[in-house]
Design a protein around this ligand. Structure first.
Ligand SMILES: *[C@@H]1O[C@H](CO)[C@@H](O)[C@H](O)[C@H]1NC(C)=O
Length: 428
């Protein structure tokens, strides 16, 4: 009796184990040969020691089971990059966890927040058709309701469509691409000519103009953000590709003060009312919490406050005075554009040195705090090695030169001797 029960329990357990592992497959170096050519894969590369990877495990399993139950064509896998090094190399894995989607032979890196929602959206977007066709007004309106920013190709097959598809191939990691015909679009949408590429966002639409806007891909990269949005570290980083400056209202992480609410609506209002003037140069938004910006400016920014960030060079602009009214904000933005407000930070040599020291301090301070001895060791040990090394080098040099030429230069300082030897070499 109990033997039977044990067998039943064991088989249930095995069944659970099999079904659980079926959601996420462990992939090794043979993967590229054994996969189906048209299979779509979402793969997490991990390392056994990586804590971020472990934190992602339950999310990954959930994503695997959810995609399976939705009947998605996306397969979910994971691979230990320290074991399957060939596969990791093939996917150019540099950090852990790396989340990469493979579709046909194209690999797409995921760089957004490591949340279920973020990764699921990525999987559905990249796993689906490159360009989604909208065949009716209902479908068009449904899509409009679900996307803040929507790129739409209108017209028949053309050279422009070829460019649109190739842009989609690259930029599908960031945004959705649709296509439709003129008669599907609402009558109120005016189109000067066909074919056309349009972007619907911020309650309005813009049409791509090759003469004014240049390359289609860069235009899409510039236009793929709404004019005003909530910005986190990942988004801010991604906004760098737009080449625009980002105007931020920095507000508290939780429980916004009255002043924060005022700052937020001031930015939102200026973004909407002065779109014509500023949308070429600026993106607008608000950011909750100052951690990310503190890292950028390498200091403590006050909250709430305004800041304009140039992500192309890690530079930033701070308002010259109090910011009470819309006029103040406009003056601030104009000052940034006409150069009368100085850019701070940046990625010059001095700034990079400062960043190095800042990062080192940030890493070492908690160590000193918790384990002063270990901290001293961490700093002292490399310094000692370096000092000993320098000392040995300096001592070794005169001895070596004595071997080469015994002409009494031992009296000269080592550095002078070195220079002399170098000039000797050159004249040879
Ligand atoms: C932002 O940085 C880029 C790259 O260094 C630079 O060309 C551009 O002029 C900067 N923009 C402003 C407004 O300072």
């Amino acid at each position: 009796m109990s033997a039977l029960r044990n067998t039943v329990l064991l088989s249930v357990f095995l069944l659970l184990l099999v079904s659980a592992s079926a959601f996420v497959e462990e992939l090794d170096d043979s993967f590229m040969e054994t996969r189906g050519a048209d299979d779509i894969w979402l793969i997490k590369f991990y390392a056994p020691w990586c804590t971020f990877c472990k934190q992602l495990d339950p999310v990954w399993h959930q994503i695997g089971s959810e995609l399976k139950s939705l009947g998605s064509p996306v397969n979910v896998g994971k691979s230990d990059a320290t074991v399957s090094t060939g596969l990791a190399k093939e996917f150019r894995v540099r950090g852990y966890p790396a989340i990469i989607m493979l579709k046909k032979d194209v690999k797409y890196n995921y760089s957004g927040p490591r949340t279920r929602e973020g990764i699921m959206d990525f999987a559905n977007r990249v796993g689906g058709p490159l360009v989604r066709s909208l065949s009716s007004l209902q479908l068009f309106q449904h899509a409009m309701n679900h996307h803040d920013v929507m790129f739409v190709y209108v017209g028949a097959t053309s050279q422009l469509k070829g460019k649109y598809i190739s842009a989609a191939e690259e930029l599908i990691v960031h945004t959705y691409f649709f296509s439709t015909s003129r008669d599907v679009l609402p009558k109120a949408v005016s189109l000067p000519s066909l074919p056309a590429v349009m972007v619907f966002k911020d309650g309005t639409y813009f049409t791509f103009n090759e003469e004014l806007d240049g390359d289609l891909k860069s235009w899409i990269n510039r236009e793929r953000f709404p004019n005003y949005l909530k910005i986190d570290g990942y988004t801010l980083y991604a906004m760098g590709e737009s080449g625009k400056l980002v105007v931020l209202a920095l507000v508290e992480e939780k429980g916004l003060s009255e002043e924060s609410l005022r700052f937020k609506s001031l930015v939102e209002k200026v973004a909407a009312d002065y779109r014509e003037i500023y949308s070429r140069n600026f993106l607008f938004g608000f950011m909750e919490g100052s951690g990310y910006i503190n890292g950028l400016v390498m200091g403590e920014v006050t909250v709430p406050s305004f800041i304009v960030v140039n992500l192309s060079n890690d530079g930033y602009f701070l308002p010259p005075g109090a910011m009470e009214t819309e006029r103040h904000l406009l003056d601030f933005l104009n000052g940034v554009l006409d150069g009368s407000i100085q850019c701070q930070g940046g990625n010059g040599v001095g700034q990079r040195l400062k960043r190095f020291v800042y990062d080192a301090k940030l890493t070492l301070l908690p160590v000193f705090h918790r384990a002063p001895l270990l901290g001293c060791f961490l700093v002292g040990f490399p310094l000692t090695i370096a000092a000993v090394f320098c000392y040995l080098c300096c001592r070794a040099r005169p001895a070596a030169s004595d071997d080469d030429d015994n002409d009494g230069v031992a009296l000269l300082a080592p550095s002078l001797q070195r220079r002399k030897k170098l000039t000797d070499k050159k004249s040879d």
